[in-house]
Structures are given as C-alpha cells and as structure tokens.
Design a binder for this molecule. Structure first.
Ligand SMILES: Nc1nc2c(c(=O)[nH]1)N[C@H]1C(S)=C(S)[C@@H](COP(=O)(O)OP(=O)(O)OC[C@H]3O[C@@H](n4cnc5c(=O)[nH]c(N)nc54)[C@H](O)[C@@H]3O)O[C@H]1N2
Ligand SMILES: Nc1nc2c(c(=O)[nH]1)N[C@H]1C(S)=C(S)[C@@H](COP(=O)(O)OP(=O)(O)OC[C@H]3O[C@@H](n4cnc5c(=O)[nH]c(N)nc54)[C@H](O)[C@@H]3O)O[C@H]1N2
Ligand code: SF4
Ligand SMILES: [Mo]
Length: 722
C-alpha cells in the first residue's frame, strides 16, 4: 500500500525518521515493542457509518496499532474510542474458526466439519426444502456490515440463484424508515446532503440523533461556523443535547407534531420559498390546510415544549440562509418512522433548503456500509435503486445481466419481521443469517427464538463464535471480518471508500464473498451469474456497469482512486441541485402526516416508557467491542437510567439491582443509574447486552411502510431484582 509522504511524516514513519525505533520515539514512546508496526495499511473504519479513514499497523501478520488517516477528508486523522481500538478485536479467542454442524439434528451439539461438507449440507437442505415448499421457503437476513461487492453478490445469489424473494437485512431494524421516507418525498432513496453541510449551515437541527455517542467524529463538523445554532430534539439529555444551544426535550414520539407545528409557522409567516415550491413540489395546498390545526398552542401541549420555544425554532429555521436537519434512530425506530421522515423533508421543501451547501434533510446512517446495501443490495429494491415494479428498470437490468426478464422478481418479498412471522407459521422453513445477531438485536426476542426453533434449517454466518444466535443454528459458517477482506464501504454522505485486508482470517474462516461464490458453484449458477469472477474486484466491476447512469452511479471511480483520495461521493456533495426529483414529472411531494400516539402507552401496571439505544463504548451486540478489554471494562454491564423523582417514589437507590418488566418478559439484575438525563416517567436502557437483553422486553410493533420496529417506546414496570 503506497502511503503519501505527508501521512508518513505525520506518523513519524518517513525514511528520514527511520532511525527512530518507535518504542523510543517521543510520540510513540508508550508503545511497547510488541506494538511496533512494520507495515501500515490504509483502510476505512468498520464500525459506524461516519466512514473514518485509518491506517492499521501490522507486525508479523498481526494488527498491532491504529491511527487516524490525516489525509482522509472525513476525519482528518481523528478517530473515536472504537476506531482507536479496532485492531484489538480481530485476533481474539472469540473468533469463529471452523464450520460447525449439528450432525444429530436439533438438540445435538455443534461439531466441526469441513467446508466442503458444510456447503454441501447447506445447499442440499435448502434446495430440498425449496423443492417441497417452493423457493420462497428460504428466508435470508443480511446486514449493513459487509462490503458493497459482497452485498451485490449476495443479492444475485439469493434472488437469481436460490430464487427466493424473502431476502432482507438488519437494515430494516435501522435505516428502512429513512429509505421509505426519502422515497415518499423525492421518489427515490439517497441522502441529499453531505457532512460539509453540517459545517456550513446557519442552523443544525438534530432529531433523535445522539452523535456524541454514536457518530463522535461528526461532532467535529459542528461549531466551525461562527454563530451556528445547534438544536437537538431528544427526550433524553444526551451528550449531544448537552452540546446544543437549544435542547428540545420532546415528549416521546411527539416529533411529528413539532415538525408540523414548524411547518404551520413557516406558512403562517411566509417564511417559505414560493418560487421553489411552485416549480419543484406538489401538495402545497393540502399541506397548508392540514397543518392549520397544528397551532403553536396545540403543538406545545403535544410536545411538552413552550409556545415561545416552538415559535423560536421555526423562526431560526425559516430565516436561516442555510439549515441542516439530521436524524437517526429517534426518528426511524417508530411505527411512524417513514412518515416522520416525510414530515422532516416537508420543512426542507417548504423553505427550498435542499440541494445547496449547508442545507439538506439528512439521514445519518448507522452501520459502516448501510448505504452500500441500500444501493447495491437486492432487498426492498433492485440494484441501483431500481424498482421491482418498473418494467423499464427490469428490462434494463435483464439486459445488463444477460438474463430473461422473467427471472427478476416483480415485487419485493417479505421484510425482516414478516420473514420471522412466516417462519413461525412455516411459510418459511430455512433461515440464513449473515452478519447479524438477532437474538440480541430483534424486538420481542421470545417470538424470534420461537421462530428460530420452529425453522427446520438455520444457518448463521458470522465472524465470531459463539454468538447468542448460534444457539439456534443448525449450521455455523465462520466468516472473515473487517481487516481480512478487500472492497468498499459507502458512508452516510454517499462517500465510497476503500477497505483493505491487512491480516489473514483465523483458522479456516473465509470471506463472505468466497462463501457466496462457493455456494453459487454448488447451486450450479456460478458460471451463469458470476462468470469469470475470482475476487471481489470482479463484483465491483460489474456493480459499476449496473449502477452507471443511475442516481447512485459508481462508474466514475476506480478502487485505486478511492484509496488515494480518501473516497469519493456519488452524486457529488448535494443531490437535487437543480430541484428536479426522481418522481415522474420531477416534482417532490409534500405529505400530510398525522401525529398518532405510540402504540403501547404506559398505564397503571406498566407505568414507564422504555427508551433503548447505545453508548459510545459498545457496538450493537458486543461481539466486537466485548472483545476489546479497555472498552468492555469501561462499560461491562447493562444499566437502566431513571429520574430521581421516580427513584424516590419507588424507594430505589443508586446502583440497586432492578428488574425490568413488560407484557412480554422480565429481565433481572440490571444496575440502576439515577439521573436527570431521563425525564420522569421515562427510563432508558442500552440494547448491547445479551446477558440483560432489553429486547426481551421491547415491543414487536412495526412501521406499516418500512417495517422498521418501534424500538424506542414500550410500556414497562421497574421492580427490585429478585
Ligand atoms: N458507539 C456506537 N455507535 C454506533 C452504534 C453502536 O452500536 N455503538 N451503532 C450504529 C448504528 S447501526 C446506528 S443505527 C446509529 C444510531 O445512532 P443514534 O440514533 O444516535 O442512536 P440511539 O441511541 O439508538 O438513538 C438516538 C436517540 O433517539 C432518542 N429518542 C428516543 N425516542 C425519541 C423520540 O420519540 N423522539 C426523538 N426526537 N428522539 C428519541 C434517544 O433518546 C436517543 O438518544 O449509531 C451507529 N453508531
Ligand atoms: N432495543 C433496541 N434494539 C435494536 C436497536 C435499538 O436501538 N434498540 N438498534 C437496531 C439497529 S439500528 C441495528 S443496526 C441492529 C444491529 O443489530 P445486529 O446486526 O444484530 O448487531 P451486530 O452486533 O452489529 O451484529 C453483526 C454480527 O455480524 C458479525 N460480523 C461482523 N463482521 C462480519 C463480517 O464481515 N461477516 C460476517 N459474516 N459476520 C460479521 C458480528 O460478529 C455480529 O455477530 O440492532 C437493532 N436493535
Ligand atoms: S466515528 Fe465511526 S467511523 Fe469514525 S472511528 Fe468512530 S466508529 Fe469508526
Ligand atoms: Mo443501525
């Protein structure tokens, strides 16, 4: 890997400095001999969607150090605690090393087997069930954490190889509401803005987004512009809320009222861009009539904010020369997620604050490659944002792939929660999970585990072993992870960055890409679907051809350029600069969005609203961060945040062990943190811990459009632990 002189100098690695042994170097003096790297590889962080550029140092085939890449435009050399320790999670005892099979069927132990046997069994069992029950009896759940080249390959393998439409990803637990909301407003997915907008905006409004914990390096984009106002809408006083000029402690799920209330004031006071609305949107009259009832007084009652605050926020947004609205899971994780996104987009459209530097409605994504799967995957749409039901899109793709158009599905298959439901009633009998750990991350886990037990054949393909989901696996496939494979990730701002291998996978683990091709071979479709493919670069080249001319056009970049430049953004810095939207007719749509109460309201028996989310130290189900001692020691256990007023009422004290009880389950032994971070009547718990699994308690309620779970509100009771 060629690294620029500037980077070498920044790291003290240039030839002029070579006389320094790093152990003695004043900068690296704390580094013991074993961490002295003899080679540095450029790559992109494999945790979150910020997409930081980094350099990984290796020695004797092991990763020993990490540094932020000072030349990378996303992070300019900075990394957060997870990035800084990322090299430590690779070579850990908890890695999956060999394929495992329950030879004696359910209830028998997982035993090591060869790859040949593993893949033979997998293909024989799945196709056997498909012959009896139809091809859709296979349900596949992917992820936002593979390489784009892998998503592209997997999509073809599942949809055209196995011919199952029941293919979705953990992204339905995450980004699908943003995708649906963008489609509702603009006619296509695709975040219209860039991180640069956060720097240039007069006003930054973050809705349900705790970037200080979850996208820490994005915080560096704020406060660069003098006078910039940061507004954070979150029921909790998060670290991000603490950074804000104005914190809006909205009542849970009252965001739609707030957004409609802002729209009301913008329209009432003429703080709108009439020329933009006239030329580029439709639905203004209906929206005007609809938001008439969202007076500041009504909105104040629904949100718990004051009339003055609501007026002030609308004025700041309406009169700003540029304004950025970012959101994450506080918006998406709701039965009304998709339409809340549309209500956010309404504000950008009303004021013409889209398509120009500093202005965008921007879904901050979550996983390192959530965007890659949205674009190249084959779940809720066809690769290149093509629609299943568009004859033109289908014809185009059939030509590109040299297949009969009839092979392409005409509608999407089941979404993730519906695949699980189908497994319960045996419409789906085989399940294949790739890079996701649903026994910790899926809502109302009891129902999920029932589905996993009911399914006749369950495959779990993961980089770590054992994971809680493997308790239900008939077959385990050990996968290579970040650092062991090469390809690309696309971050929240549509920046495609290069990801490189710097160590070999442990034991017999193989890259997901290799696994997919080997399965294709056994299915007898390798030659037809993946002709001549050897490495992930072959998938990249085909993906470039398939995306050429589409909104998400990857055809202009080579892997080498991406690596050299620190990535490149498809669509440039802003989409929709000309105000033309991908709807037929080119107009964006304004939507009338009613504000409904969330489904499981607290009552006498279950008197708290449970909110769930994350902390900076841990990544999701902790397969990775649980293996990094300094992260795990900082946050070894789950906790529950409760307001002092409630703790007093329940006579609970700081650090008491409590039980969290909902209509679905009781979880014991959670540490109580009494804190004003949460409002009275609300409690918060991280979802990272299998041992105290918040998702036993959460609710299986889903957005009717995006099918995303309502992870952020359900009714619970808190008791002393037994
Ligand atoms: N350290 C770390 N970083 C991560 C991850 C991780 O696991 N660990 N995961 C990555 C992934 S995949 C994702 S999706 C992102 C998620 O990033 P975020 O969305 O920032 O994370 P969450 O903590 O799930 O939820 C964000 C906030 O939504 C608020 N919220 C809850 N209910 C409401 C409501 O009704 N209205 C509003 N306005 N807000 C509400 C919560 O209080 C919480 O502070 O983080 C990514 N980054
Ligand atoms: N209550 C509650 N639940 C939630 C959320 C919440 O806020 N509250 N957030 C939801 C959100 S936004 C998300 S994104 C999900 C995340 O939920 P999951 O996807 O279940 O979480 P991860 O721990 O990231 O799981 C990824 C798995 O892939 C494995 N892995 C990593 N890299 C590779 C690889 O390259 N190949 C293979 N084959 N395996 C690999 C890891 O070891 C891990 O087991 O959780 C959701 N669940
Ligand atoms: S902010 Fe995200 S991408 Fe950057 S180092 Fe941290 S986890 Fe990695
Ligand atoms: Mo996510």
């Amino acid at each position: 890997m060629k690294i620029s002189q500037r980077v070498m100098r920044a790291l003290g690695l240039d030839t002029a400095k070579k006389k320094y042994a790093y152990g003695n170097d004043p900068v690296f003096g704390h580094i013991s001999e074993s961490r002295v790297a003899d080679q540095w590889t450029k790559t992109t962080c494999g945790y979150c969607s910020v997409g930081c550029g980094m350099l990984v140092g290796t020695r004797d085939g092991k990763a020993v150090a990490v540094r932020g890449n000072p030349d990378h435009p996303v992070n300019l050399g900075k990394l957060c605690p997870k990035g800084l320790s990322e090299h430590q999670m690779i070579d850990t005892p908890g890695r999956a090393r060999v394929p495992l099979l329950r030879r004696g069927g359910k209830g028998s132990p997982l035993e090591p087997i060869s790859w040949d046997e593993a893949l033979d069994v997998m293909v024989a069992r799945i196709t056997g069930l498909q012959r009896t029950y139809g091809s859709d009896t296979l349900g596949v759940i992917g992820t936002g954490q593979l390489l784009t080249e892998e998503f592209f390959t997997l999509g073809k393998l599942v949809q055209l190889g196995f011919r199952s439409r029941n293919y979705d990803g953990n992204t339905t637990l995450c980004m699908s509401s943003a995708v649906s909301g963008y489609k509702l407003s603009f006619g296509s997915d695709g975040p219209p803005g860039s991180y640069a907008d956060m720097e240039h905006a007069d006003v930054v409004l973050l809705v349900g987004s705790n970037i200080a914990d979850n996208h820490p390096i994005l915080c560096n984009r704020l406060r660069k512009r003098p006078g910039q106002v940061l507004i954070v809408a979150d029921p909790r006083v998060t670290k991000t809320a603490m950074m804000a000029d104005i914190h809006l402690p909205v009542k849970p799920r009252s965001d739609i009222a707030l957004l409609n209330g802002i729209a009301h004031i913008l329209l009432r006071d003429g703080m709108i861009d009439e020329a933009f609305l006239e030329s580029h949107t439709e639905g203004l009259d209906e929206l005007r009539r609809f938001v008439a009832e969202f007076t500041p007084e009504t909105v104040a009652r629904t949100t718990g904010l004051t009339v003055e605050t609501i007026e002030n926020i609308a004025f700041l947004y309406g009169t700003a020369s540029s304004a950025f609205i970012g959101w994450t899971m506080g918006v998406n994780h709701s039965t009304q997620g998709s339409v809340t996104v549309a209500a956010i987009n309404n504000l950008a459209l009303l004021t013409g604050k889209i398509g120009q530097l500093g202005s965008a409605p921007f879904s901050i994504t979550g996983q390192c490659n959530a965007m890659g799967t949205r674009e190249s995957g084959f779940t809720s749409g066809m690769p290149g944002y093509r629609k299943f039901d568009s004859a033109k899109d289908r014809a185009e793709l059939a030509v590109l792939w040299n297949i009969d158009e009839e092979e392409l599905p005409k509608s999407r298959g089941l979404a993730y929660p519906d695949i699980i439901e189908a497994a319960l009633d045996k419409r789906v009998r085989a399940l294949w999970f790739i890079a996701t750990n649903p026994v910790v991350s899926f809502p109302n886990v009891k129902l999920l585990t029932q589905a996993l037990s009911t399914a006749e054949f369950v495959v779990v393909q993961d980089g770590f072993y054992p994971t809680p989901t493997m308790d239900y696996a008939d077959l385990v496939l050990p996968a290579a992870i970040w650092g062991e494979k090469e390809g690309t990730y696309t971050n929240s701002e549509r920046r495609v960055s290069k990801v490189n291998a710097f160590v070999a996978p442990p034991g017999e683990a193989r890259s997901d890409f290799d696994i997919f091709l080997s399965i294709a071979e056994r299915l007898g479709v390798r030659e037809r679907l993946f002709s001549g493919w050897i490495s992930s670069h072959d998938a990249w080249l085909e993906w470039q051809r398939v995306s050429a001319g589409r909104l998400c056009d990857y055809s202009a970049f080579t892997w080498a350029q991406l690596e050299e430049q620190g990535g490149a953004q498809w669509g440039g810095t802003s989409l929709y600069r000309d105000g033309v939207f991908p709807y037929d007719g080119g107009r964006a749509k304004l939507h009338c969005v009613p504000c409904l109460p969330f489904s499981e309201q607290p009552d006498k028996e279950f008197d708290f609203i449970l909110n769930t989310g994350r902390t900076v130290e841990h990544w999701h189900t902790r397969t990775k961060t649980g293996a990094v001692p300094q992260l795990d020691r900082m946050v070894p256990n789950a906790w529950l945040e409760m307001n002092p007023i409630d703790a007093d009422r329940l006579s609970l004290r700081q650090h008491d062990r409590i039980a969290l009880v909902s209509r679905r389950a009781r979880v014991e032994g959670i540490e109580l943190r009494i804190t004003g971070i949460v409002a009275p009547g609300q409690v918060f718990m991280p979802f990272h811990f299998a041992e105290q699994n918040s998702n036993l308690v959460t609710l299986g309620a889903f957005d009717p459009i995006s099918r995303e779970p309502n992870f952020k509100q359900c009714a619970v009771r808190v008791e002393r632990s037994r």
